[in-house]
Design a protein around this ligand. Structure first.
Ligand SMILES: Cc1cc2nc3c(=O)[nH]c(=O)nc-3n(C[C@H](O)[C@H](O)[C@H](O)COP(=O)(O)OP(=O)(O)OC[C@H]3O[C@@H](n4cnc5c(N)ncnc54)[C@H](O)[C@@H]3O)c2cc1C
Length: 428
């Protein structure tokens, strides 16, 4: 429910980061690893490619630079498309476009689905996930990690991996390591309903400037369209509210690429926080101050893409530190992926209903989510404990009405019980 739930969901190809940086290295490797995870864990993703679009003559030089950088980073099959080739691919693009960098290895993923698939598979293989438990203290004895104190008790351990996102600096400080300074940069988005999902075929970036990648337009794996993010420095790690100024900024930015956005189809807005490290690269490695504390901090974009590669690196760091690691002979790499009720065909739906009659009650009409799916979400290996967690697991409340029908149904049921509807307001 941190930054991994509020981002662009792009599996970047890897041409953006400067060669030699951790961002570049782990981006390219992570992109490759997602192909394996797609097959093994059934993560919902689509390899639709990305385009960095040039709108001005100066931009064409930047595209050449990105092409060279991408090749140096090891990104395959990059190519610069002419205006005609580009408009054939993306007919809704602004007609003044001059060309674009085409990266066929970029993709899109549901970030909820990806994180849950990884967590579920980990649990299946014996990992214990402790949800809603806050690390309040890191126990250090003679310069080495001895455990953590959480709001529910003490966990003894010789190793702590600090992957605390925007809180990575404070978690390091709990162990006495003050070396990690994280600043927060908010990115805001607008999400459109599925009627606009096919307005673009690939992820569209404007040509980046020195300060920003610019406003992106892309489809989601569930068929929606998003525009965003902007970049706004903020102070509070809970500040994920959206602003009127931010919305105007992203609309203006997106219109440069696609003039006819169809704003009437916007269904919601949201924001995520980038955890920006002082030297603008991932901080991955053992703490220089406390043994047994391993940092995976400052993981801003392309952190979602890089995540599986970062995990590989952390395993090597643990091995180098002397932790004895033996392969689990019973490790199951494959997760049995489930089709949602909405994705099932008529015959499968009938079978689902016979097995569990709760599939006969549709709780979320826009996304066709059944009561059985909601009950299942709170009993799976890595279960949902909150309404938001049910939402990201099942998509209940994520459709066109954004939970409005659910709320009015609840209000009208409550109104009937007490007899005067006017007392209730549809807030939720
Ligand atoms: C606007 C935006 C767009 C982005 N777009 C992309 C993109 O398209 N592609 C891409 O590859 N990357 C993208 N990223 C980057 C990507 O989202 C992040 O790099 C990634 O999600 C970071 O994951 P994380 O696990 O480090 O942090 P998080 O997902 O924030 O996880 C940190 C976890 O630590 C927990 N935690 C913190 N403190 C404590 C504590 N004291 N005790 C217990 N738990 C604690 C939090 O609750 C949280 O669950 C984007 C980021 C943003 C903000």
């Amino acid at each position: 429910m941190g930054t991994s739930k509020a981002n662009s969901g792009i599996l970047h190809a890897g041409f953006d980061a400067a060669p030699g940086t951790k961002k570049a290295l782990f981006n390219v490797r992570g992109n490759v690893l997602y192909r394996q995870l797609e097959a093994e864990l059934g993560i919902r993703l689509k390899w639709i490619g990305s385009l960095v679009v040039a709108l001005e003559h100066d931009n064409l030089r930047v595209l050449e630079e990105l092409l060279c950088r991408g090749k140096e980073n090891g990104v395959p099959r990059l190519e610069i498309l002419s205006r005609d080739g580009l408009l054939d691919r993306e007919p809704n693009l602004a007609h003044g476009v001059l060309g674009a960098l085409w990266s066929p290895t970029a993709g899109i993923v549901s970030p909820f689905d990806a994180t849950l698939a990884l967590a579920e598979n980990a649990v299946h293989n014996g990992v214990k996930v402790l949800l809603e438990q806050e690390v309040e203290q890191v126990l250090v004895e003679q310069g080495r990690v001895a455990g953590v104190v959480t709001d529910r008790g003490i966990i003894e351990t010789p190793y702590v991996i600090n992957a605390a996102g925007v809180h990575a600096g404070s978690v390091a400080a709990l162990a006495g390591d003050e070396s990690i300074a994280i600043t927060l940069r908010k990115g805001e988005y607008l999400l459109f309903d599925t009627s606009r999902g096919d307005c673009v075929r690939s992820v569209l970036f404007p040509t980046p400037t020195k300060v920003s990648k610019g406003i992106v337009i892309g489809p989601t794996v569930h068929g929606n369209l998003f525009i965003g993010p902007n970049a706004l420095d903020v102070a509070c790690p809970d500040d994920v509210g959206t602003t009127a100024g931010g919305m105007s900024e992203i609309i203006e930015g997106a219109r440069k690429l696609i003039p006819n956005l169809g704003l009437g189809s916007v269904i919601t807005q949201f924001a995520g926080l980038r955890a920006v490290a002082a030297h603008d690269d991932f901080i991955i490695g053992p703490s220089s101050f406390v043994r047994g504390l391993i940092h995976a901090g400052g993981i801003q974009s392309p952190g979602l893409t890089a995540a599986p590669a970062i995990a590989e690196a952390v395993v090597e760091i643990l091995r180098d530190d002397g932790l004895s690691l033996t392969p689990n002979p019973r490790f199951v790499p494959v997760r049995q992926s489930r089709l949602s009720f909405k994705e099932q065909n008529y015959t499968t739906r009938q079978r689902s209903f016979r097995l569990n009659p709760l599939h006969g009650r549709i709780v979320c009409r826009c996304e066709t989510v059944t009561e059985a799916e909601i009950v299942e979400a709170i009993h799976v290996p890595c279960p949902a404990h909150t309404l938001d967690a049910v939402k990201v697991r099942t998509r209940a409340g994520m459709g066109r009405c954004q939970g409005g029908v659910l709320r009015s149904a609840r209000v009208s049921a409550a109104s009937k019980r007490v007899g005067h509807a006017t007392k209730f307001r549809t807030q939720g």
